[in-house]
Design a binder for this molecule. Structure first.
Ligand SMILES: Nc1nc2c(c(=O)[nH]1)N[C@H]1C(S)=C(S)[C@@H](COP(=O)(O)OP(=O)(O)OC[C@H]3O[C@@H](n4cnc5c(=O)[nH]c(N)nc54)[C@H](O)[C@@H]3O)O[C@H]1N2
Ligand SMILES: Nc1nc2c(c(=O)[nH]1)N[C@H]1C(S)=C(S)[C@@H](COP(=O)(O)OP(=O)(O)OC[C@H]3O[C@@H](n4cnc5c(=O)[nH]c(N)nc54)[C@H](O)[C@@H]3O)O[C@H]1N2
Ligand SMILES: [Mo]
Length: 766
């Protein structure tokens, strides 16, 4: 009996692993990081390539690290290397020595591969040939590129409406590939462009557009260096944006203070040793956070309301707390905001935040004294039902303090994937503004659909209900990244065709529609040969800087195509004579794609010329200049409610987080070094009081259950790790725990899955 889609979608439970628990680290990077980097590189990358990679990664004229979206310094870059432990792990994945093709798939059925762990799947090797899974077949078989393109074309052209297809993007796709991809999708006739940012910073985009008129952050690296106070909320930079710690070190060196707001005392937020600084390596590094605020999960609005209430109280006494001239000149909605604020009770807010009075007072004191404040945040704020409120409340604080659009101050949503921000800028958006669509029409002569398309959650529902029949994934690992694994697996299985453009094998290749295709592509570090020579491409980082990226290694197989070539191939085969676009011309010369982007997206004037600047160029950013492109023409205060959720006595609130050894669904290894967890991923971090209340022991194996709107979801066999986490809170890793995240629990208006606030119960295996 073939395995069901649901069974294939779940990470298999593997027995006989020996979980080891140590005391969590109190310092990040340093020698431990250097050692981990070297060991990892030697194990997986061809020795001749390691030096080349480390010398070119994130260097001017080199290639952009395919890891996170943290910016590179504008001026001097470290000659020893602008990379981190996790960037090297990302490269080790991309540049694996092992290659897999027809023979591998002939020897391994889809069902057999589904028994592999995520770690094993990823380590199978780089994909080298297009592969096709016919209806009812047990094994993928090789297919030519031409036949693969025709297969996609036949399915797409057989649909009753273009809206019966959905085109997903993960955030590694470059500007050039992303622009062409959305152009093809729009010329084909739909706006169904769900992307990973729907699951990531969508709530930031929504909140910031409404309040400050731009869905991106306002600060530059210099602002971080010059800030008097940096507040890092809901983010674990030591693991996910390690190079951010160098920036925070500069903040400290300039006399700035740092506050970390997080249910967990994450190692890197406490102390950091720059592996590129030999003196720091000897002296033990820099203490980063001045205050650690162990907020309860989703207690952030409560905490910030408590702060806002006290600021108001002091302002009423001294008149010196608010930046009144900024507020008068640049903002709208102050009175309504203050009226609403006054309806809240300070003690109740502080209690709901879970923070002690003394910690609160230290934070308040810093906020009162400092005028240049930067707030950084990531998934700890965006993956809740009230995520948009979380972020709007931070903006309220910045506005009261006039901490926006001046040196050393502003908003810093720290993006995830290396080009997730750029993808949105060039049109990967299911709800693109009409002005953008008009420009597409003016340039290319076809009318793009005005109807908003499906975001990730809506696409899953549409597939489940047979409204979408073809799923196309440009990168990423959809089934492991999305919530509600069992439901989502059925959604994919209901499709006629699922297609993935990928560098490596992942679980999404195994949870397929009736037919499936895997289209293997070049990685970031590989040279992209086209008719007019080796192509450069471009990406936008978290601070709105666009820079070039150019592969330096020979492709691992000559059968691979670039993402651009795949898009052009699919577009050409699908649209044939219907198209108004010279797809093959774009494929031959990416400079022409940039010319097209220049005509359609503002901020890209002289794109090809500007890209020659070694450190890239800044896109326009109104908020940075106190120009607020909102409905009121001003920065808007907003009114945000305290979240109203309640736990039943037996329930805990669970956040699903990343270990130190993973990049999203790519599992680099089984350790979480900074948190002192080794050799196991199916674990649940719990407060010892919560364990005692339930009579649970360290390392005991439990099942986890979540009940939402009457549906019960279950994840089996997790081991308990006692940890310093607030009471009633717990944490697990994704993707293992995604099966517990209900599809219908998402951020209001942004639809980001609420994967950081899942109510669960912990059940001993009797
Ligand atoms: N090495 C590596 N780098 C990565 C990634 C990776 O997986 N591996 N992923 C990339 C991507 S796509 C992204 S989006 C980013 C993700 O970067 P992060 O957002 O740092 O990643 P998470 O592990 O989701 O961590 C969220 C943090 O928020 C905290 N948190 C959870 N809930 C709450 C809450 O309610 N309030 C507060 N204040 N804190 C909370 C958690 O304790 C944790 O420290 O990293 C990017 N970079
Ligand atoms: N429960 C829970 N779920 C989450 C999150 C969470 O915190 N908790 N985080 C969410 C977030 S923030 C995000 S961004 C998503 C991530 O969702 P995705 O972006 O869909 O997932 P990734 O794991 O980053 O995708 C990895 C795959 O991308 C492919 N790949 C790698 N490099 C390239 C390349 O250069 N080109 C192409 N074409 N393919 C490539 C490889 O085949 C690899 O297997 O997950 C979300 N899901
Ligand atoms: Mo992300």
């Amino acid at each position: 009996m073939p395995k069901s889609a649901q069974n294939k979608a779940l990470t298999p439970i593997q027995e006989n692993k020996t979980l080891r628990i140590e005391a969590p680290a109190t310092n990040s990077a340093g020698l431990g990081g250097l050692k981990a980097t070297t060991t990892h590189a030697l194990k997986y990358i061809k020795p001749g390539q390691i030096l080349k990679i480390t010398q070119n990664i994130n260097q001017k004229g080199g290639f952009d690290c395919p890891g996170c979206a943290w910016p590179d310094p504008d001026d001097d870059r470290s000659v020893i290397g602008e990379y981190c432990e996790n960037g090297i792990k990302a490269m080790a994945e991309e540049q694996q020595k092992t290659l897999i093709g027809a023979e591998f798939f002939a020897n391994n059925s889809v069902d057999a591969l589904a028994g592999y762990s995520d770690f094993e799947l990823g380590k199978s090797g780089r994909l080298t040939e297009p592969m096709y899974l016919p209806e009812g077949a047990t094994h993928y078989e090789p297919i030519s590129w031409e036949a693969a393109f025709n297969k996609v074309a036949t399915h797409l052209n057989a649909l009753q409406s273009p809206d019966e297809a959905a085109f997903y993007t993960s955030g590694r796709t470059t500007n050039e590939a992303a622009f062409l991809y959305q152009l093809f999708v729009r010329e084909f006739g739909t706006s169904n462009l769900p992307d990973c940012s729907n699951m990531c910073h969508e709530a930031s985009g929504k909140a910031l557009s409404e309040t400050l008129g731009i869905g991106k952050g306002s600060v530059t690296l210099k602002d971080l260096h010059k800030a008097e106070l940096v507040i890092v909320v809901g983010q674990n930079p030591a693991t996910n944006h390690p190079r951010m710690l160098s920036a925070l070190e500069k903040t400290k060196a300039n006399g700035g203070k740092i506050i970390a707001i997080n249910p967990l005392p994450e190692a890197g937020l406490m102390r950091f040793t720059d592996p590129k600084n030999p003196i720091k390596m000897l002296t033990g590094g820099t203490a980063l956070s001045d205050v650690f605020v162990p907020v309860t999960i989703n207690g952030d609005v409560a905490f910030f309301k408590a702060i806002l209430l006290k600021l108001l109280e002091k302002e009423e006494v001294t008149g010196k707390v608010f930046d009144k001239s900024f507020i008068k000149q640049h903002t709208s909605g102050l009175n309504e905001f203050l009226e609403d604020l006054k309806t809240y009770n300070f003690e109740a807010c502080l209690k709901a935040s879970g923070v002690s009075k003394s910690t609160f007072n230290t934070v308040l004191d810093l906020i009162l004294k400092k005028q240049k404040i930067v707030i950084c945040w990531a998934m700890g704020l965006t993956q809740h039902e009230n995520a948009v409120d979380n972020i709007r409340e931070l903006v309220n604080l910045l506005l009261l303090k006039g901490s926006i659009g001046k040196e050393g101050a502003g908003t810093c949503p720290v993006r995830g994937h290396s080009n997730v921000q750029g993808d949105r800028t060039v049109g990967i958006w299911e709800a693109a503004p009409q002005a953008f669509l008009d420009k597409i029409e003016a340039k290319f002569g076809f009318k793009p659909s005005k109807k908003h398309g499906y975001s990730v959650i809506d696409a899953i529902k549409a597939m489940y209900n047979n409204h979408v029949k073809v799923f196309f994934g440009m990168g990423g690992n959809f089934i492991s990244a999305v919530p509600d694994t069992a439901y989502s697996a059925q959604a994919l299985a209901n499709c006629n065709l699922t297609v993935h453009v990928s560098t490596k094998l992942n679980r999404s290749h195994l949870v397929t529609g009736k037919e499936a295709l895997i289209l293997p592509c070049l990685g970031r570090a590989e040279k992209d040969y086209q008719k007019t020579g080796i192509q450069i491409q471009s990406v936008e980082n978290s601070m709105g800087i666009v820079s070039s990226t150019k592969g330096i290694l020979e492709p691992c197989a000559n059968t691979l195509l670039s993402e651009v070539a795949v898009v052009c191939g699919v577009a050409n085969a699908t649209l044939k004579h219907r198209t108004k676009i010279n797809w093959l011309g774009y494929k031959d010369n990416y400079a022409k794609v940039r010319d097209a982007i220049e005509d359609v997206v503002s901020g890209f004037e002289n794109y090809n010329e500007q890209l020659k600047q070694p450190a890239g160029f800044y896109l326009p950013n109104g908020a940075r200049k106190r120009e607020f492109n909102t409905k009121t023409g001003k920065a808007n205060f907003s009114i945000n409610k305290l979240p109203e959720w309640k736990l039943k006595p037996e329930e805990l609130i669970m956040m699903t987080i990343r270990s130190h050894d993973q990049f999203n669904t790519t599992i680099y290894g089984l350790n979480d070094r900074y948190r002192g967890v080794f050799n196991e991923r199916r674990i649940i971090f719990m407060n010892t009081n919560d364990m005692e209340k339930r009579g649970l022991k360290p390392q005991e194996i439990v099942n986890l259950k979540s009940e939402y709107q009457g549906v019960i979801r279950e994840a089996k066999q997790f081991k308990i790790v006692p940890y310093q986490i607030p009471e009633n809170c717990c944490a697990t890793y994704f993707p293992e725990a995604n099966v517990l995240v209900p599809l219908n629990s998402y951020a209001h208006t942004a639809k980001t899955p609420a994967s950081k606030s899942v109510k669960i119960t912990v059940e001993p295996i009797s």
